[in-house]
Design a binder for this molecule. Structure first.
Ligand code: HEC
Length: 547
C-alpha cells in the first residue's frame, strides 16, 4: 500500500517539474551567449561548438547578426562542456567551459582576439585564392588536396629539384592515403618521373618558403556566414580511429548511417540514437596493394554494394544478416594496375552490374548469375588524356560516365555496347560525381569549372549553375525534395545549398577542416538534413538547416 502510494506520487511529480520547466524551455537554451571582439564588436557567423567531456559528439551553432548564439535545450544533455569557436582570423581569448544542468541553461559570453597564426586557419580555397599564379598553375594544386590540405605545400621549403622528387612521391600514393597512413600504388608507372613535373615544381618553389622566411603575398580569407547561413545546427560524430576515412555516407530507410571506409577494409554502420558503431570487415585479396573502399550504394532491393579499389573485387552486404558476397574481377582483367571503383546498380533490369577500373580505363560489366565479366573501352574514342571518374546506371541499365581528366560525359548503351560522348558545358571542366533521378536526369559536379549541372539525358541538354566562391572544388551533389541542390566540397569546409530556381546559394560553415566526398540528403523529415563524411578527420557530419 505504502509503496503503491509512493509510486503514485513519483509518477505525478516529474510531470509537474516538466510542466514548470517547459514554460522556460522554449526561451532557455542549453548554452547561450554573445560572441564579440574588440575589433568588430558583436560578431555574426562565428561557429560555436560544444563538446561534452569524453563524448564523441560535437554540436555546433552559428552566431547571428547580434552576435548571439544558442544551443537548443534538446541538443545538449546535462554535463560539463568545452565550448570552442571557428572564425577565420580569430582565436578565443580564454578557454570556455559551460555546465549544463537538468533544470537550467548556462550562459557563456565569448570574447575573441585576433589570431597570431592565420596560416593555421586557412582552408584550401583560401590558400588557392592567396597564392599568386595562373589558373593552370593553380589547377595543378587542385590535385593536391585529397590527402592533406595545401598548408603543407605553403609551409614547405623545397626548391625546384626537391619539388620534382616530392611531387613524384605524391603521385605514387594511392588516393586512399593519409599523411598518418601513406599507401603506395603497386604500379610504378602511376607516379610519373621527376622531369614530368619541372614546370609545376618551378611554380611551387615560388609560393612556398624556399626563398623567403615569410610569404610575400597576403593571406586572403573568405567572409564568415551571414543571415540565413547562420541558421543551422551541425553535429559531428567522431569515429574511434583516426585512420577511418568516411567516404560515401548514406542512410537506410530507418535512418541508420552506412559509410565506406576509404582507408581500411571495412563497411561502417553508425546508429545516431545509441551511438553504436559497427564495422563489417571486407576481404583483402592483394596483401601488398592499398586498402580502402570508395563507393557504397543500395540497390533496388535494399542490398548494399561496394567496390574495393586496389583489391580488385566488388562486394555486396546484406545489411539485415551481415552476410557478404564478393565478386573478384577475373585474372584476365585484374593486375597491379587495377583500381576498381563505383558500381552501376540497375541489375533489376538485366541482371548485370557495371564498374570501372581507373588503372586501365576499362569499364567492366558483371553478369551476376553466370559470374561472367565483359570489358569495354569507351575512352579509346576520345582524343587526349582521359580518365573516367564516376560510373552510374540509368533506368535501362545504360552506363553513364563522368570523365575527369578533361570534360566529357559518356553513355554506354546496355544493349549495343556502343559509347556516345558529350562535351561538358565548359572545356576542361573535370566532371566528378553524378546522381541520377527516376527520369534519368543526371546531376553532375564540375570540379574545376566550379559548377554543378543537370544533364537531361532525353533531350541531351545541360542546365548549369556556377558556384559563387572561387575554388569551391565541388565533389558531389544531391537534390532534396524541394529541388534545392546540396553540394559537398573538398576545399571550403562549407556545405553549399543552391536554390535551383534562383541560383542563390547558402554556404554552411562546418566547425573543422572537412574534406567531403559524399552528399546525401535525408528527406524523411519536414526539413532536409545533409550528411557528409569528414575524410581527413574521421567523423560523420550532419548538417541541419533551421529553415
Ligand atoms: C594521394 C595522397 C596525396 C596527394 C594527392 C598528395 N599528397 Fe602530399 N603527402 C601525402 C602523404 C602520405 C604525405 C606524408 C608522407 C610523405 O611526406 O611522403 C604527404 C606530405 C606532403 C608534404 C610534406 C612532406 C614534404 O616532403 O615536404 C608536402 C609538402 C606535400 N605532401 C605536397 C604535396 C603536393 C604539392 C601535392 C600535389 C602535387 C600533394 N602533396 C598531393 C599524400 C598525398
Amino acid at each position: 500500500m505504502r509503496n503503491k502510494l509512493l509510486a503514485g506520487v513519483a509518477a505525478v511529480f516529474p510531470l509537474m517539474l516538466m510542466a514548470t520547466h517547459s514554460a522556460n524551455a522554449q526561451s532557455a537554451a542549453a548554452i547561450a551567449g554573445t560572441v564579440s571582439s574588440e575589433k568588430e564588436g558583436a560578431m555574426e557567423g562565428v561557429v560555436v561548438t560544444a563538446q561534452k567531456t569524453g563524448s564523441i559528439v560535437t554540436v555546433s551553432v552559428v552566431s547571428d547578426d547580434k552576435g548571439h548564439y544558442a544551443f537548443p535545450k534538446d541538443r545538449l544533455e546535462p554535463g560539463q562542456y568545452n565550448v570552442t569557436i571557428r572564425a577565420v582570423g580569430y582565436d578565443n581569448s580564454a578557454a570556455t567551459k559551460a555546465d549544463v544542468t537538468a533544470d537550467g541553461g548556462a550562459t557563456a559570453d565569448i570574447k575573441l582576439k585576433p589570431t597570431r597564426n592565420l596560416s593555421a586557419q586557412l582552408n584550401n580555397a583560401e590558400w588557392l585564392a592567396s597564392f599568386p599564379g595562373t589558373e593552370k598553375q593553380k589547377d595543378f594544386l587542385m590535385d593536391c588536396t585529397s590527402c592533406h590540405t595545401l598548408e603543407r605545400v605553403a609551409k614547405s621549403t623545397h626548391d625546384v629539384d626537391e619539388w620534382m622528387t616530392t611531387i613524384t612521391r605524391m603521385k605514387g600514393y594511392a588516393p586512399v592515403s593519409q599523411t598518418i597512413k601513406p599507401q603506395r600504388m603497386l604500379d610504378p608507372a602511376r607516379s610519373g618521373k621527376p622531369e614530368d613535373y619541372r614546370e609545376a615544381a618551378e611554380y611551387l618553389a615560388t609560393i612556398n618558403l624556399s626563398n623567403t622566411d615569410k610569404w610575400e603575398y597576403p593571406l586572403k580569407t573568405m567572409p564568415r556566414p551571414k543571415g540565413a547561413e547562420t541558421h543551422v545546427i551541425v553535429t559531428e560524430y567522431k569515429m574511434p580511429r583516426p585512420t577511418i576515412e568516411p567516404h560515401d555516407v548514406i542512410l537506410d530507410k530507418d535512418g541508420v548511417v552506412w559509410y565506406s571506409n576509404f582507408g581500411e577494409m571495412f563497411i561502417g554502420k553508425f546508429d545516431t540514437k545509441t551511438l553504436q558503431h559497427t564495422e563489417y570487415p571486407v576481404k583483402q585479396y592483394k596483401p601488398d596493394a592499398p586498402v580502402g573502399i570508395l563507393n557504397i550504394d543500395f540497390d533496388k532491393s535494399g542490398k548494399l554494394w561496394f567496390d574495393t579499389m586496389y583489391q580488385g573485387a566488388l562486394g555486396q552486404l546484406d545489411t539485415k544478416t551481415g552476410d557478404m558476397t564478393m565478386y573478384p574481377v577475373p585474372a584476365e582483367f585484374n593486375d597491379m594496375r587495377t583500381q576498381l571503383n563505383f558500381v552501376g546498380l540497375r541489375h533489376d533490369v538485366d541482371g548485370k552490374i557495371w564498374t570501372k577500373d581507373v588503372g586501365t580505363n576499362n569499364v567492366l560489366r558483371l553478369d551476376i548469375a553466370s559470374q561472367k565479366w565483359e570489358k569495354f573501352r569507351p575512352t579509346d574514342q576520345l582524343k587526349g588524356p582521359a580518365g573516367i571518374y564516376q560510373l552510374i546506371s540509368d533506368s535501362r541499365n545504360n552506363a553513364w560516365l563522368a570523365e575527369f581528366s578533361d570534360g566529357h560525359l559518356g553513355k554506354i548503351d546496355a544493349k549495343s555496347g556502343e559509347t556516345k560522348w558529350f562535351d561538358t558545358p565548359e572545356a576542361h571542366a573535370r566532371a566528378r560525381r553524378m546522381a541520377i533521378d527516376e527520369n534519368d536526369n543526371i546531376l553532375l559536379t564540375l570540379y574545376r569549372a566550379n559548377a554543378v549541372t543537370y544533364f537531361d539525358t532525353k533531350n541531351e541538354k545541360y542546365t548549369e549553375y556556377k558556384l559563387p566562391t572561387a575554388f569551391t572544388a565541388p565533389y558531389r551533389a544531391a537534390t532534396d525534395k524541394n529541388g534545392d541542390i546540396w553540394v559537398s566540397t573538398m576545399s571550403t569546409d562549407r556545405a553549399v545549398r543552391l536554390d535551383a530556381k534562383t541560383g542563390k546559394t547558402r554556404e554552411y560553415l562546418l566547425p573543422t577542416e572537412t574534406n567531403m566526398r559524399s552528399a546525401f540528403v535525408d528527406d524523411r523529415g519536414d526539413k532536409p538534413v545533409f550528411w557528409v563524411g569528414s575524410n581527413h578527420q574521421a567523423a560523420l557530419v550532419k548538417v541541419e538547416p533551421l529553415d
